[in-house]
Write a protein that binds this ligand. Structure first.
Ligand SMILES: [Zn+2]
Length: 246
């Protein structure tokens, strides 16, 4: 069995995580997870190889752990990328996923920040694995409605609810947050969203990623084409893609 080096959790560097190579039993458990449920698969995989509850980790801890595992267990870390460049052409290149680790940084300070909006205090936290699983389920639901009925009012309302839930997941101790938010004036809510986003940026940790609609993408290092246009490509790095088939 390949030994995978332990790593520090990006959101809490004093927490050392031991990690082992996946077993056949792990692959069987993963096969039970629906293909669309990337975050649920990530939980099954990381819980098995790390022996911890990875739903409690941040979304970025989980992405980092997956990449760490991949780099340490696969000989070939290249990922084929094809993208539409701002220069108007489509380019292809091979990204060495190891280079993504160059952008690694541990969190600066604790994984929570106090913010004050119009005199009210909130504690902001990064999105957790558990939050990502819920947001992913919402996205799958929205995609299903959109597929069946098109992008009507039902989809618009569900998307709004999903954005609201994303905000709620970023605020700690959020039991009554939903009822509080719906009563807020739009101006207050906008200030809250901006303050939350700023706090989340301050807490950036792990590798460079971007969140969109219940999905986390890894960002490639800046890639320059022949026409000198620099692009950072989004990589949908899913654990279901690299789990070995037997
Ligand atoms: Zn180009």
């Amino acid at each position: 069995m390949i030994r995978v080096s332990s790593f520090s959790l990006p959101s809490n560097p004093s927490h050392i995580v031991k990690i082992r190579e996946a077993t056949v039993a792990d692959c069987i458990s993963l096969a039970d997870v629906n293909d669309a449920r990337e975050e649920a698969a990530t939980t099954v995989f990381l819980d098995a190889v790390c022996g911890e509850d990875s739903r409690l980790w941040t979304a970025d801890d989980r992405r980092f752990a997956l990449l760490w595992y991949y780099i340490h267990t696969e000989q070939d870390h290249f990922y084929k990328i094809e993208y539409e460049c701002d220069c108007g052409e489509t380019h292809k290149f091979k990204l060495d996923l190891k280079d993504v680790l160059d952008a690694y940084r541990p969190i600066d300070g604790p994984a929570e920040r106090k913010i004050v909006v119009r005199g009210d205090e909130y504690v902001v936290v990064p999105l957790s694995g558990a939050a990502m699983e819920s947001l992913e389920l919402e996205r799958i639901g929205i995609d299903a409605i959109s597929c069946e009925k098109g992008d009507g009012p039902e989809v618009a309302k569900a998307r709004l609810q999903m954005h609201l839930n994303e905000l709620i997941y970023k605020i700690s101790g959020n039991t009554h947050m939903e009822s509080r938010i719906v009563e807020m004036s739009v101006g207050y809510a906008r200030e809250l969203i901006t303050a939350v986003d700023d706090a989340i940026s301050e807490m950036a940790h792990g590798i460079d990623t971007v969140y969109e609609n219940g999905r986390i993408y890894i960002l490639s290092p800046p890639h320059k084409c022949e026409k000198e246009v620099v692009t950072r490509c989004r990589v949908r790095f899913r654990c279901l893609d690299f789990i070995p088939e037997l």
